[in-house]
Design a protein around this ligand. Structure first.
Ligand code: HEC
Ligand code: HEC
Ligand code: HEC
Ligand code: HEC
Length: 496
């Protein structure tokens, strides 16, 4: 009797398992059929919500980027930055990156983009929207790249409204990966690299990211109608290493701004993440950005790409352990050592360059000549470019550890050269005992450089209550914006 009971139980379990399996196979079949039959979505549909019903898993995981919402005020963390960027927007406000979901909010809220009052006021050009939204390639397609690159960013306040999403990386007609920003291919060709026409599927898994995570500058370009465009251009004509880009900028005598204290012609590194990755162990083996940041995931027997692009160390089992055989712990120990080495040189470089700026300021004050200062300013320009390059390409200490330390090493060397020359100039003018003021915190540093922080915040708040609200209403009227998409969104900033 007992035997039969056991048999019965086993059969019931087996039947249960079988039906679950069949159900899962059926579900998979339905899903696969849906995937094969690509739904008809307009080529330039930029509202990410429109993709939800067709691709629920990709959409839901994409929306998870919303969870990376902490504001990390880098000026508070490293007040030397305020001195390094004196006279430039970054001294006003600079936070660590957050999830893609916040790209639009953060661009509107940062003090760097100022407080426009109409569609003609800046201070920033349209180009500063370029890596924030799928509405950018939509406008480029409709109006042409050159029209897109003219005017101030406020020109498109009610047109660029959806954060980095599906149409940034896909063609919605086929859902294939697609790069929608022409300047990337122009850059690859200028560098003599494989152009997008020849890119493999594996290459594309990094190329979609390289649309934005690269070094670029705004090239002033005169147009036939007398207008001037500020065109996003990758400075790759001499190659994609830090030295080649430095040479490219030097040859053009290009500067992003003149430093307020030292008067050095400065460069601001953007985020050469792709270029740094290329030099590291993973890049050299063509382990793509998506391999770590968008690993395959399993859900009820269905395999899909996790679109929650964030920190891969949060799910190492999926992002690392299918290639690596050591334990998670030993990988993490290894990474933390890399971080410590970088932090150490990073701090030394920052301190040395900040001192060099302040000492140069003193030298001007007591009568140093242009001829005496020229070689010093060149050293400062190169030192800061290299330091910035190594740390703005977040987090290069992991993507390319040796290259990061090499670049920081040469940055410290160049800052040291500047300061040796400065010591001589200061001595010549009787100020050999000059000691640059110690930088204590963000507020004090902003006072040293004469930055009207309170006024900036006040103006920004006026903009947020006024014009910014009008932008949202207009965008909704134009059918570009679904207010549901940002419902309950808390506006986080560094200055509230
Ligand atoms: C930053 C770039 C990026 C964004 C933004 C993005 N995707 Fe993807 N998507 C990828 C990559 C990379 C793959 C993997 C492609 C491959 O290797 O075949 C992928 C794959 C897919 C696939 C194929 C099935 C799968 O899961 O592998 C679908 C469907 C898809 N994405 C839908 C979406 C939708 C819907 C959105 C917007 C909510 C979106 N994607 C946003 C990069 C992106
Ligand atoms: C259209 C431009 C664009 C594309 C394409 C893009 N990114 Fe980003 N990415 C950004 C911007 C802008 C931010 C910062 C957003 C913010 O702080 O508001 C960012 C932030 C990030 C972050 C930080 C996220 C966090 O939670 O801190 C990671 C990681 C990242 N991107 C990786 C990638 C990878 C990998 C790809 C390709 C699969 C990619 N990005 C494609 C523009 C882009
Ligand atoms: C081998 C895996 C791997 C590859 C390949 C990879 N990354 Fe990362 N990435 C990481 C890890 C791990 C981190 C987090 C490190 C840390 O703890 O700061 C990270 C962090 C980032 C960040 C976040 C920076 C921040 O401060 O929040 C960005 C942006 C980023 N990666 C972009 C890229 C891009 C673009 C590519 C391709 C060109 C790429 N990554 C390739 C593993 C990878
Ligand atoms: C698609 C496979 C693949 C994935 C995914 C991958 N790696 Fe790697 N990793 C490699 C290869 C290949 C190398 C180079 C090995 C060599 O040079 O012999 C490497 C090298 C490394 C190294 C040593 C190289 C150095 O830069 O010091 C570390 C550390 C590392 N990986 C960590 C990680 C972490 C952490 C992740 C997940 C975030 C990860 N890897 C994901 C394939 C991968």
């Amino acid at each position: 009797m007992k035997k039969y009971k056991i048999l019965l139980v086993i059969s019931i379990i087996a039947i249960g398992l079988m039906s679950a399996l069949i159900a899962s196979i059926n579900e998979k079949k339905v899903e696969q059929a849906q995937l094969k039959e690509v739904p008809k979505i307009d080529r330039w549909e930029t509202k990410n919500e429109e993709f939800k019903k067709h691709y629920p898993r990709q959409f839901d995981s994409w929306k998870e980027t919303k969870h990376s919402d902490e504001i990390e005020d880098m000026l508070k963390k490293h007040p030397e930055l305020v001195v390094l960027w004196a006279g430039y927007g970054f001294a006003k406000d600079y936070n660590a990156p957050r999830g893609h979901f916040y790209a639009i909010e953060d661009n509107r809220n940062t003090l760097r983009t100022g407080a426009p009052v109409d569609e003609k006021t800046g201070p920033m050009p349209t180009a500063c929207w370029t890596c924030k939204s799928p509405d950018v390639p939509r406008i480029m397609d409709k109006e042409g790249d050159m029209e897109y690159f003219t005017g101030k960013w406020s020109k498109y306040g009610s047109d660029i409204i959806n954060p980095i999403g599906c149409v940034d990386c896909h063609n919605p007609k086929t859902m294939e990966l697609q790069v929608n920003r022409e300047y990337l291919n122009t850059g690859l060709k200028a560098a003599g690299k494989k152009p997008l026409e020849d890119a493999t599927q594996q290459d594309m898994r990094s190329m979609v990211c390289a649309q934005c995570h690269v070094e670029y500058y705004f090239k002033k370009t005169p147009l036939a109608d007398g207008k001037k465009a500020a065109v996003v251009t990758l400075p790759w004509g001499e190659g994609t290493s830090v030295e080649s880009m430095e040479k490219y900028y030097d040859n053009l005598e290009f500067k992003d701004w003149t430093h307020k204290i030292s008067k050095a012609p400065m460069l601001k590194a953007q985020h050469p993440g792709w270029e740094m990755w290329e030099t590291g162990a993973h890049g050299r083996n063509n382990v793509s950005c998506a391999d770590c940041h968008m690993p395959y995931t399993q859900e009820g027997g269905i395999k899909y790409t996790d679109h929650n692009i964030g920190n891969p160390l949060e799910n190492m089992d999926k992002s690392c352990m299918n290639c690596h055989r050591t334990s998670e712990k030993s990988l993490l120990d290894n990474i933390n050592k890399k971080r410590e080495r970088k932090d150490n040189l990073h701090q030394k470089a920052m301190t040395a360059i900040a001192n060099a700026h302040l000492e140069a300021g003193k030298a001007w004050e007591i009568g140093a000549t242009k001829e005496e200062m020229a070689p010093i300013l060149k050293d400062i320009r190169h030192a800061q470019w290299r330091w910035d390059y190594a740390v703005a390409s977040h987090p290069a200490f992991f993507h390319a550890p040796e290259e990061t330390l090499k670049i920081l090493g040469t940055s410290i060397e160049k800052a040291g050269n500047a300061r040796i020359k400065l010591a001589k100039v200061l001595a010549k003018y009787g100020a050999s005992d000059y000691v640059a003021p110690e930088i204590k915190d963000k507020k004090q540093a902003q006072e040293i450089i004469g930055l009207p922080f309170e006024k900036l915040v006040e103006d920004k708040k006026k903009f947020q209550k006024g014009l910014m609200q009008e932008w949202k209403k207009e965008a909704e009227k134009k059918g570009l914006y679904n207010p549901e998409s940002t419902k309950n969104l808390e506006d986080k900033t560094s200055y509230n």
